[in-house]
Each structure stands twice: as C-alpha cells, then as structure tokens.
Design a protein around this ligand. Sequence first.
Ligand code: NAP
Ligand code: F7E
Length: 319
Amino acid sequence: MRALITGITGQDGSYLADFLLEKDYEVFGMVRRASTESFERIEHIRDKITFVQADLLDQLSIINVIEESKPDEIYNLAAQSFVPTSWNQPVLTGEFDAIGVTKILEGIRLLNRKIRFYQASSSEMFGKVQQTPQNESTSFYPRSPYGVAKVYAHWITINYRESYDIHANSGILFNHESPRRGLEFVTRKITDGVARIKLGLAKELALGNLDARRDWGYAGDYVRAMWLMLQQDEPGDFVIATGKTHSVKDFVETAFGHVDLDYHDYVTTDPRFIRPAEVDFLQGNPLLAKEKLGWEPEVNFDGLVRMMVDADIERLKNK
Ligand code: NAP
Ligand code: F7E
C-alpha cells in the first residue's frame, strides 16, 4: 500500500508515518520548501520516507505529487493549526485549512477517484457547544477563523464524497497531545515549563484562561483511528475523543504535582494569552468510533501528562 501524508513534519504526520511504516506501507511525505528543514519529528525515519515537494497554496504542485506518488490513501494533515494565529492571519488560515483541502480533493477527482482520503477535521468546529457531549450530529458553532475554515473543509470533504463517490472521510478529532506537540500549545507549554522550573532553568510560567476545558487524548492513539477510517467499506465522519473533560488548571496541577511542585508558586496569568473568543468546554462522545471502527484510546489523562513531563525533563536535563 502507498500513502501520501501532507503535514508529515507535524505532530500527527510523524506518528502516522511511524504507524504506517510499521504496517509496511510505502510512505510519501508532502513537504513545503523552506530555507531550513523542519524534520525534527521524523528524523528517526527520514530514510524510510519519500519526500515530495508541494504547498497547499499551489494546485498544480498538489496534482504533481499525487501523480508522482500514486497513492492508495491520502491523509491531509497539513494546516495552519494554531488557533490564536488564525486571528492574526485569517486569510492565510482560510487558504490553507479550507481552500487547500479543495485543492487536494480536486487532485483526486481529476487523477484517480479510487484514492481514499482522510481530512483532519477538528473539535474546534463545535466551538460554543450546542450539545454535550459532542457527537457526529452535533451542530457546529466555530469560534475562531481556524474553526470556521475547518467547517468549510469538513463540508467540502462530505460534498466530494456525495458528488463524486470518493471514499472521503472526516475525523473530528478532539485535542490530542504528545511529547512531539508544538511548544505553543497549552499542554506542551505547561510540560516544558514544568520541566524548566524543576531543573532550575525558569522561575515561572505565564498562561491565559485556566478555566477552559478540553477532551485531551494521546496523538499516538488518534492516528490509529485515521487509518481505521480508511479501511472501512463505507466512508464516514467520526468523532475521536476520550469522552473525558479536564480544565487547563487540572492539567497544570497534575503536571506540577508529578514533579512534587505546587503550581500556585509558579503560574501567573497574562492577558496576552486570552483569546478574542474562547471555546470554553469540549467533551467528545467516541461511541460511533468504538462501535464501527473498534477504536478506543489507550493512554488516559494522567498517563499523558506524565509522559509529556518526563519527556521534557529528559530533553532538557543536559542543557
Ligand atoms: P502541526 O503539528 O501544526 O503540523 C502541521 C503540518 O502542516 C506541518 O507539517 C506543516 O509543515 C504543514 N503545513 C502547514 N502549512 C502548509 C502548507 N501551506 N503546505 C504544506 N504543508 C503545510 O499540526 P498537528 O497537531 O499535527 O495537526 C495535524 C492536523 O490535524 C492539522 O490539520 C490540524 O489542524 C488538525 N487537528 C489537530 C488536532 C490536535 O489536537 N493536534 C485536533 C484536531 C485537528 P511545516 O513543518 O513546513 O510547518
Ligand atoms: O489551547 C487555553 C486556551 O492552544 C487549549 C489545536 O491542535 O486543538 C488545538 O486547539 C486551551 C484554550 O489548543 C494558554 O485559551 C490557556 O482554551 O492548546 P491550545 P486549542 O486552541 O484547543 C484543536 C482540537 C485543534 O484542532 C487545533 O489545531 O488552553 N490556554 N493558557 C492557553 N492556550 C495556549 N496555547 N497558551 C496559553 O498560554
């Protein structure tokens, strides 16, 4: 089997590449041109991946990589994925995260409609939640340009499924984290901060809204669900989540507690990290994924926090 992964240099792309290589896939990774490489997360497997250069902004480049890699499956993980940036660069976020998806679907439509497609949809589409817990039929109410762009991407995926009979799938993934998570996202910011404080490299950690609640899972578990979707006879939309919700404060408390520190001594709040519109509460219902895909998460909240804190301490120990 041959798979093309867009966003292979990102958190999910790296775990998915690990997973597919284990399954003996031939893996093609779409990367964009940069003056310095950002291959850190895939350094350990880079000789097993065939890299193809393209950009979500460039339709012809996408057509060329599909033609070159001749994939059975395409996983579209590439995106501008940081919510705060979507207010500073709303147009770019729309171009990447919404129209970029149409460009890949157009490539499939023109070149080979048998290619199975995975779209990285997001719990940010639920935004100001209309129902709890959120499932595949909960209405969307996005609260950021990122969320709005992902709603477009979600519906264009469904539209190409219905219009052209393409095996196009949308995974509505709730927040998933790991030691490979980008440093600006709250979980990794916290575990990196805890590690620095524990090792004497920092004195405090400034955060924004500590009351926001998320359904946090482990990225390594979530990429398995992406693959499972593409193995089904029928394409579909699936919520992927743990079903449990925790506040940012819970995450902070657990992370500091893991290294025997009291977060009250170190955490400050800074209005710079407060968003123009917030997603206050998310909790997914992964029942359909359990029933149809046989998918369940293996790492729980405490296990995830410990894994991330330990990895950051190990990384920073000799600095
Ligand atoms: P990430 O770590 O930020 O990775 C994003 C990837 O997209 C990087 O490889 C980046 O490449 C690539 N990219 C960005 N703009 C591009 C462009 N114009 N052309 C080609 N490649 C481009 O994100 P992630 O956490 O792995 O998330 C993967 C996907 O799932 C994203 O679509 C995200 O929106 C979605 N999602 C994530 C979560 C989550 O909790 N992690 C939940 C739901 C949905 P560079 O290395 O060149 O920057
Ligand atoms: O924020 C609060 C912040 O940036 C989580 C992306 O992968 O998941 C991610 O989006 C919460 C928010 O993730 C800080 O206000 C407090 O309520 O880690 P985050 P996100 O916005 O939920 C979804 C599913 C995606 O699809 C996205 O691509 O934490 N928060 N203090 C903070 N957030 C950050 N970043 N930094 C803080 O200092």
